[in-house]
Design a protein around this ligand. Structure first.
Ligand code: GLN
Length: 463
């Protein structure tokens, strides 16, 4: 697809009088031509209605930066009277009775919610191969995955079907697919965006993230949905204020950690670091022993929280239900038929680490390690503006090539540290290997998204 369907162009067209209805129709046409299986549902009727409202806003000069802009949302963000399924069989026929706070914010601004995007079931995975709708392939190479879990949202932007999309990031689900698909993906500070209406995976890690074709596009979307006045529906959301920090042009590189990536990745990464050096940035070598073990901490806390969050899917209140001989039998049949293998595996791990005999050995220990990791990471920001790592170990892998969970879990090494500590992190395209995109991850301190945008734009300038 041609690359003209980007935020800035659409905004200019709308300002010069093109109707939002025509833009919405163009987006719908593009989505129908999508060859990557990036979309789960297209909301044609409501999208056209919203576009009409957007046209009115232009007429009355009440438009905003998002009026008339088509936006896709991950299939785990609730939208009133629309299907929201978390790409799971257990919710395949579920229609949401309410809208997430982010949806309400976008609609108030005149944005056009165009459809939902494919993801790994309940956002567990790194390839969308765990989706009940099948894999979303990579727009750069259809034999490869788009990444996950928000692979559909990344592919939708990368293929220019929509200019902007939302995903969720619990351990890397926005940044990893952004890296694989060659777009920008932001995981903002934990609590900076209301989680109300985001289907809960692991509540202490989840955050709604943004995809765009450039850093400034992502900035516009983040600013539109950040919590400026806590909605009272998510007790962990804050009244977000960016810190407007002063930059000291110092970049931290955890060298031995970075070396865990494949050579094809580190070569591109160090090429970028050279450009910063030539631009008079100081490079500080970091030792992050606890963060280097973040994968082990994450894969205890994440399944523990997921197992309790997913307990609500019992077939009694919502979702698909299977009949059984008695209540217990019904639970078993519903959950057994409704959940896929990865989800079952995480529930098993989660309930194990939370069980009375192992709680101290695993869950409590992981919580202590998480605190140590947060201290290790945040203390670094007294000295450097950002920590940089590659976002992923490799370029996008081939569909079906990482069938063993542990191989897939390895992929999250660099990204989970930001979720465990709650700090913001962003993936920005840094180059190509084998004609496939690679992203650099910039991590900074809580509420310092402005630093990420600043560094991200620099990386874009270096080209
Ligand atoms: N790949 C990670 C996992 O499977 C991250 C998922 C996410 O961020 N939602 O847990």
């Amino acid at each position: 697809m041609d690359s003209k369907f980007i935020y800035e162009n659409i905004k200019n067209r709308l300002s010069s009088g093109v109707s939002a209805v025509d833009i919405a129709k163009e987006a719908i046409k593009r989505i129908k031509e999508d060859e990557n299986n990036a979309f789960v549902n297209i909301f044609e009727e409501s999208a056209i209605n919203q576009a009409k409202i957007a046209d009115e806003m232009f007429k009355t000069k009440t438009q905003t930066s998002l009026t008339g802009i088509p936006i896709a949302i991950k299939d785990n963000i609730c939208y009133k009277d629309h299907k929201t399924t978390s790409s799971s069989l257990i919710l395949k026929d579920f229609t949401s009775p309410f809208s997430a706070t982010v949806i309400k914010k976008l609609l108030n601004l005149g944005a056009v919610i165009i459809g939902t995007t494919n993801c790994d079931e309940f956002a567990m995975g790194g390839s969308t191969e765990n989706s009940c709708y099948g894999v979303t392939t990579n727009p750069h190479d259809k034999t490869r995955v788009s990444g996950g879990s928000s692979g559909g949202s990344a592919a939708a932007v990368a293929s220019f079907a929509v200019p902007l999309s939302l995903g969720s990031d619990t351990g890397g689900s926005v940044r990893q697919p952004a890296s694989f698909c060659g777009v920008v993906g932001l995981k903002p500070t934990y609590g900076s965006v209301s989680r109300n209406g985001l289907m809960m995976l692991s509540s202490s890690l989840d955050v709604i993230g943004q995809f765009g074709n450039s850093v400034s596009d992502v900035e516009v979307l983040f600013n539109a949905i950040k919590e400026d006045d806590s909605d009272g529906m998510d007790m962990t959301s804050q009244n977000y204020k960016t810190k407007k920090s002063k930059l000291n042009k110092r970049i931290g590189i955890p060298k031995s950690f970075v070396e865990k990536a494949k050579k094809e990745t580190t070569e591109v990464f160090y090429g970028l670091i050279e450009k910063f050096k030539n631009d008079n940035y100081e490079i500080v070598e970091l030792d992050l022993p606890v963060s280097s073990e973040a994968g082990s901490i994450y894969y205890i806390i994440q399944p523990a929280e997921a197992s309790s969050n997913l307990a609500r899917f019992d077939g009694l209140r919502y979702g698909n239900k299977k009949e059984g001989d008695n209540l217990w039998d019904e639970y078993i049949k519903t959950r057994n038929c409704g959940f896929g293998n990865e989800v079952k595996k995480r529930i098993a791990i989660g309930t194990y680490v939370l069980s009375s005999g192992y709680y101290d050995a695993y869950y409590n220990k992981a919580q202590l390690a998480r605190q140590a990791l947060t201290n290790e990471l945040t203390s670094v920001f007294e000295d450097v503006d950002v920590i940089m790592t590659p976002t992923t170990l490799t370029v996008a892998f081939e569909v079906g090539s990482k069938q063993k969970s542990v191989d897939m879990y390895e992929e999250d090494k660099f990204t989970v540290i930001a979720n465990l500590s709650g700090v913001p992190a962003m993936s920005v395209p840094m180059g190509f290997n084998q004609n496939l995109p690679l992203g650099v991850q910039c991590i900074t301190n809580h509420n310092n998204e402005d630093i990420l945008f600043n560094y991200g734009k620099k990386i874009e300038q270096y080209g």
